[in-house]
Design a protein around this ligand. Structure first.
Ligand code: APR
Length: 194
């Protein structure tokens, strides 16, 4: 799968891709999980289907240790048969009306995963559009957060993460992400991005 849109951030890249996240080779794939770490539909279902039962077996062990994963946080497992070394299972917020800390919690999903990536020497990481399916987060708002937070991370950290891939499943979502990424790229080009 080729990268559809690239924002160059110093020596690093923010890439936007449209497609199935389980088919993209990276060091770490981020999952949009639930706090029970119990599996589900959407991207969570795809990750467990393609990755195989090993991932759920590892989550059982994590659950017996910590019970559950807090919203805005993430836990790490291996990636089973997925083309990756790790899966970071992030728990996004369930969207209510935008006035219940949803933006800060969603942002925390991205930064937690990027911190985990740094700890695990991950060079390439892919994110789905966390919370924008079953959890009902409006894509326009979620895309603005995802693009801004990941680009800022690349700008402020020299390594080890070199490439962040934001993966959208539909044409519509891809177009929305692209709009935000385009604005960011124009800002970098003219030096107006603060
Ligand atoms: N690759 C990339 N993106 C995907 C894929 C896939 N294979 N399958 C679905 N998506 C997209 C959806 O289109 C949506 O844009 O992932 C985004 C997130 O949607 P959900 O998977 O529904 O995740 P979320 O809204 O965070 O809800 C999490 O759903 O499946 C359950 O266990 C999960 O309870 C948790 C909840």
């Amino acid at each position: 799968m080729s990268s559809d849109f690239i924002v160059q951030v110093g020596h690093h890249q923010l890439q936007l891709l449209k497609g199935d996240i389980t088919a993209i080779t990276v060091d770490a794939i981020v999952n949009a999980a639930n706090s029970q770490l119990a599996g589900g539909g959407g991207v969570d279902g795809a990750i467990h289907r393609t990755g195989g039962p090993e991932i759920m077996a590892e989550l059982h062990v994590v659950r017996s240790r910590i019970g559950y994963c807090e919203t805005g946080s993430a836990v790490v497992t291996g990636a089973g048969r997925l083309p990756a070394k790790y899966v970071f299972h992030a728990v996004g917020p369930i969207y209510r009306d935008g006035n219940h800390g949803e933006a800060a919690t969603l942002q925390s999903c991205y930064t937690t995963c990027l911190k985990l990536a740094a700890e695990h020497e991950v060079k390439t990481i892919s994110f789905p559009s966390i919370s924008t399916g079953v959890y009902g987060y409006p894509v326009e708002e979620a895309a603005a957060i995802a693009v801004r937070v990941t680009a800022e991370w690349l700008r402020e950290h020299s390594g080890p993460v070199r490439v962040i891939k934001l993966v959208q499943f539909s044409d519509r979502d891809h177009e929305i992400y692209r709009r935000f990424a385009q604005k960011l790229r124009d800002g970098f080009a003219t030096g107006t991005h603060s």
